[in-house]
Each structure stands twice: as structure tokens, then as C-alpha cells.
Design a protein around this ligand. Structure first.
Ligand code: 13P
Length: 336
């Protein structure tokens, strides 16, 4: 399969990506919320439950982003978790960045690290079955932020990562995330995201990345979480589509959004509104972490006897988002 075909497959109609690549520190926060100890067995059991939810995986999950540990973990029956994902006709991928670290000379801003040794790591990940990778850059909006220096440094790292992925026959998910924390307006989110996307595509071009073999993972254009005026679903859809059309070349096969702290229903409603009302050159779908997992995590609560309930919650959310990726979701479908 060519890289381009893998990218197209990752954003196939009616399906999207499950982001299950929480680092050990991030999954601790999720487990703390349900009072579950953050150890390797619990992480394995939780993720095995998700990947074994056959109906959700086969019908609505085109690919799964894994954390490095999961790539070599085995299910209770000794099958590898990667094989479990593949058996559901879903594509395994791997988060390869080493996280956002303070950017020297830029108080309050970060740059994502992990380029050193990445070529060798990508070779090893490919051997282990990863067909795509993810790198997340983090841009915060605050008084006077982001700075040009921070946006440029992050876009440059994303582009160098993407070029290395393609050199090693791995599709890069390019994720420049503008955070929704803070009290900024939706228009400020639009302006900052515009600037970040424009800079990212310039850097991708300079790095000679083949844009027909990437998946873009952006934030939606939303009001800051603490903004006193919260934009409507229609406004989010309109502004997000406008921003993407201004900056994302049409040769990019697909755009898979992060949920970024939106509620489950918001993330679904926003995606649905875009797909229901706009013609776009790319497939528009989800690459959600929290918005796909929150209900399942809560239902699971670390107990084997809750696995069926958790799987049902995961199936429901995956189905709702699958419908939203075709613009066929309606709010009354949420009543189960
Ligand atoms: P959220 O959907 O929870 O934002 O996670 C997606 C992701 O992969 C962030 O890097």
C-alpha cells in the first residue's frame, strides 16, 4: 500500500481515529478521575477493552494512535494489542513526540521535542507494525501569546518530523493544537489558528513533505473555555471550515480533529454541522481522545465486571462520531 493510500484509509468515510496515546503521565490523570492505580496492567486492561470492542472498531475506527508502551503489549490471551487492532481492520499508529517542553527565551511557551534519534525510532516502530505516527505541537493563547518565535519553532519541528516519517514509509499526523484554555474569543482563536496553520504549511513545503500523504489534526475554531460568550454550533462550524479552506491545500486527503476539552456532545455536534452543511475538498473526521473515551472510562472504573458496560459506551460514542463524519448525526440519537 502506498503512503497516500494509507492516509486515505485513515480518513475513510464514516470512520475516524481513536487517540489512545495518552502518555503515562496523562493516563494517570484519567485514571485518578476513576480512582484506578496507574500501572502497566491496568493500562493494558483498559486499552484491551477498547480495542476488543469489535463493533465499534470495525465500523467506526479507521486507526488507533498508541503510546510506545502499548505497541509491544500483549492482551490477556497473549495476542499483541497491535494484532487485536489489525484484526478489527483498523490501522495501528504511534505517538512519537517526547512532549512539549519550555522553549528557551520564550516565557510561558513550549516547543515539542523528540527529533533526535527519530529516524531510528521510526524504523523500529514500522517493524512493530505502525503505519502512521503523530506529533503534537502545543500553542497557547494568552495576553501577548503566542509569539512568532514559538509558532515558527513548533511548525519547523512538525515539518522535520513529517519529512522523517515519509522517508521511513510512515504517514505523519501533523497536529498543531491551539489550546482552548483561557478566556479568549472565538475570533482570537480564528486568528491564531490561521497564523499557525499558514506557518505549518509553509514549513511542510520547505521540508519537501508530500501533502497528499499526511493527515492534518487541528483544533476546531471555538471560544476559549472561560470566555463569557460561547459560540453556537453553527458559528463554530462556519469559522472552522472558513479557516481550514483558507490555509489547508486541497491535496491533503483528510483532516481529523482533536477534541481538546470539548464535551462529548459538542465534539460530535461540531463535526456533524461541518459535514452536514459544507462542501470541502478533504474528508473531515475525528481523531478524538477524551471525546471518544470519557464515557467508557467512567463506565469501566477499573473493574472487569464493568467491561461490557464500558464497551457499550465506547460503541455508542464511536457510532455517534461515525455518523457525524457523514453529517448524519442528530441530537435525539444520543438517547440510548
Ligand atoms: P483529545 O481529543 O482528548 O484532545 O486528544 C486528542 C489528541 O490526540 C491530543 O494530542
Amino acid at each position: 500500500m502506498t503512503l497516500q493510500q494509507v492516509a486515505i484509509d485513515m480518513v475513510r468515510k464514516g470512520q475516524g481515529i481513536l487517540a489512545a496515546d495518552e502518555s503515562t503521565a496523562t493516563i494517570k490523570k484519567r485514571f485518578d478521575s476513576i480512582n484506578v492505580e496507574n500501572n502497566e496492567i491496568n493500562r493494558r486492561d483498559y486499552r484491551e477493552m477498547l480495542f476488543s470492542t469489535k463493533n465499534a472498531m470495525q465500523d467506526y475506527v479507521s486507526g488507533v494512535i498508541l503510546f510506545e508502551e502499548t505497541l509491544s503489549q500483549k492482551a490477556k490471551n497473549d495476542q499483541s494489542l497491535v494484532e487485536l487492532i489489525k484484526a478489527a481492520d483498523s490501522i495501528p499508529g504511534i505517538k512519537v513526540d517526547k512532549g512539549a517542553k519550555p522553549l528557551a527565551g520564550h516565557p510561558g511557551e513550549t516547543v515539542t521535542e523528540g527529533l533526535d534519534g527519530l529516524r531510528e525510532r521510526l524504523e523500529a516502530y514500522r517493524e512493530q507494525g505502525a503505519k502512521f505516527a503523530k506529533w503534537r505541537a502545543v500553542i497557547d493563547i494568552a495576553e501577548g501569546l503566542p509569539t512568532w518565535g514559538a509558532v515558527k519553532a513548533n511548525a519547523h519541528a512538525l515539518a522535520r518530523y513529517a519529512a522523517l516519517c515519509q522517508e521511513n514509509s510512515i504517514v505523519p499526523i501533523v497536529e498543531p493544537e491551539v489550546l482552548m484554555d483561557g478566556d479568549h474569543t472565538i475570533d482570537r482563536c480564528f486568528d491564531v489558528t490561521s497564523f499557525v496553520l499558514q506557518t505549518t504549511f509553509q514549513e511542510l513545503f520547505d521540508a519537501r513533505v508530500d501533502l497528499s500523504a499526511i493527515v492534518l489534526k487541528p483544533n476546531m475554531i471555538v471560544s476559549g473555555k472561560k470566555c463569557t460568550t460561547q459560540a453556537s454550533v453553527d458559528e463554530v462550524a462556519e469559522k472552522t471550515v472558513k479557516c481550514l479552506k483558507q490555509h489547508v491545500p486541497s491535496i491533503v486527503p483528510g483532516i481529523a480533529f482533536l477534541s481538546g476539552g470539548q464535551s462529548d456532545i459538542e465534539a460530535t455536534a461540531h463535526l456533524n454541522a461541518m459535514n452536514a452543511s459544507y462542501d470541502m475538498p478533504w474528508n473531515l473526521t475525528y481523531s478524538y481522545g477524551r471525546a471518544l473515551q470519557a464515557a467508557a472510562l467512567k463506565a469501566w472504573a477499573g473493574e472487569v465486571e464493568n467491561e461490557a458496560k464500558a464497551a457499550a459506551a465506547f460503541f455508542h460514542r464511536a457510532k455517534m462520531n461515525g455518523l457525524a463524519s457523514k453529517g448524519e448525526w442528530q441530537a435525539d440519537m444520543e438517547a440510548v
